[in-house]
Design a protein around this ligand. Structure first.
Ligand code: PLP
Length: 385
């Protein structure tokens, strides 16, 4: 059967029909009062979603562009930065920082494990000269499904007093509570194809007051990604360059849907999907790759057990038209990843788990029995686990 693919990858994520229809219109001019009205609503609702009073800036880029903008607008060549990496995306920020000639010190943790917050605290405390300009980290490490303890790491950065905190929240924004203003986060970057329920193409950067101060003296080259241009335009309900207007129509609708659901409900839903998914895979004899206490609410990476993770994935695709993500780099074949981010509900998890257990049983995976995963997930949804 064609046209019924179920997208269960950590981005792009499924898009609601309401959003698809909102995008199915003729574009309008972006220098018009019509567009300004939409931009004004989008800015207000983006601020709501980010729990900030400082306008969130919208870029025409994927998440990486938003992160790169966050880095280059507040730093200068040679600046000492601490990059924390426990996966593929953490490694990416090391590369971006090195590409711009920053003096990068890397704090690592094993893939699948969360960052050691004590190690970061020690690093910051030993910096008596206060030369560390920024701590850069990935909140939800999509490559492994590990969630880093942003709140604690941020406290250590605040105790340092000088360093900025620059956060990749690409798969945690809209899936996990990040009170940006309350915590005083300086840069928080995200991308449209993850928690926003719209297609790829937009990047978002929340910039705090301390980061705007740093912006004034930062000397890395910037033009298209110069956040000052966006700040000025956003304040005028406008955009410095041509925005993808149809995508903005979609964003406007998606934000309305999110507002109607409410932040607390959105976070609770992502937590419930995560709990159910993890309970189900364990009941099927498999192990989540990241520990329970550091579980991303956007994606669950699962060790394939005695079955090749790529075989599980391809059979799920072939038999059920359900797309899961594979492992990246050295984890290819070892893990598969179930995305449960954005427009995903309890019913989607039941369908994906039911299909997964059929595939595991067909592949002869030890510990898998039909019904075991569904039972575990249904118990969570019934409030019995
Ligand atoms: C998806 C993702 C990104 C951004 O990737 P793009 O392909 O540039 O959108 C960055 N960080 C994390 C943690 C992600 O999951």
């Amino acid at each position: 059967m064609d046209g019924k693919q179920m997208l269960m990858i950590p981005g792009p994520t499924p898009v609601p029909e309401r959003v698809l229809l909102a995008m199915a219109q003729h574009p309008i001019g972006h220098r018009t009062s019509e567009y300004s009205k939409i931009q004004a609503e989008v800015t207000e609702n983006l601020n709501w979603l980010h729990q900030t009073q400082h306008n969130v800036q919208m870029l025409v880029s994927s998440g990486t562009g938003a992160m790169e903008a966050g880095i280059i607008n507040v730093l200068s060549a040679g600046d000492r930065v601490v990059c924390c990496s426990n996966g593929k995306f953490g490694d990416r920020w090391v590369k971006v920082c090195q590409a711009y000639g920053l003096n990068v010190e890397i704090v690592t943790a094993e893939w699948g494990k969360p960052l050691d917050t004590e190690q970061i605290r020690e690093k910051l405390e030993s910096d008596s000269e206060k030369t560390i300009k920024a701590v850069i980290l990935t909140h939800s490490e999509t490559s492994t499904g590990a969630l880093n303890d942003l709140e604690t790491i941020n406290k250590h950065v605040k105790a340092h007093g000088e360093a900025l905190i620059i956060v990749d929240a690409v798969t945690s924004l809209g899936a996990y509570n990040i009170p940006i203003d309350d915590w005083g986060l300086d840069i928080v970057a995200s991308g449209s194809q993850k928690g926003y329920m719209i297609p790829p193409g937009l990047g978002f950067v929340a910039v705090g007051p301390k980061a705007w101060e740093a912006y004034k003296t930062a000397t890395l080259p910037r033009f298209y990604l110069d956040l000052g241009k966006y700040r000025k335009a956003t304040a005028d309900n406008s955009s410095p360059f041509t925005p993808p207007v149809n995508l903005v129509f979609g964003l406007c609708e998606a934000l309305r849907m999110m507002k109607a659901e409410g932040l607390e409900s959105i976070f609770a839903r992502h937590q419930r999907l995560t709990t159910a998914t993890r309970a189900a895979v364990k009941a099927l004899g498999l192990q989540p790759f990241a520990p329970d206490e550091a579980a991303s609410t956007a994606v669950t990476a699962v060790l394939g057990g005695d079955a090749d993770a790529e075989k599980i994935r391809s059979l799920l695709k072939k038999r059920f038209d359900i797309a899961l993500a594979g492992g990246q780099d050295h984890l290819k074949g070892q893990i598969f990843r179930i995305g449960h981010l954005g427009f995903v509900g309890d019913r989607d998890i039941l369908a994906a788990i039911g299909a997964l257990e059929a595939v595991l049983v067909e592949l002869g995976s030890a510990g898998a029995a039909t019904g075991a995963g569904i039972t575990a997930a249904a118990k969570v949804f019934a409030g019995q686990a």
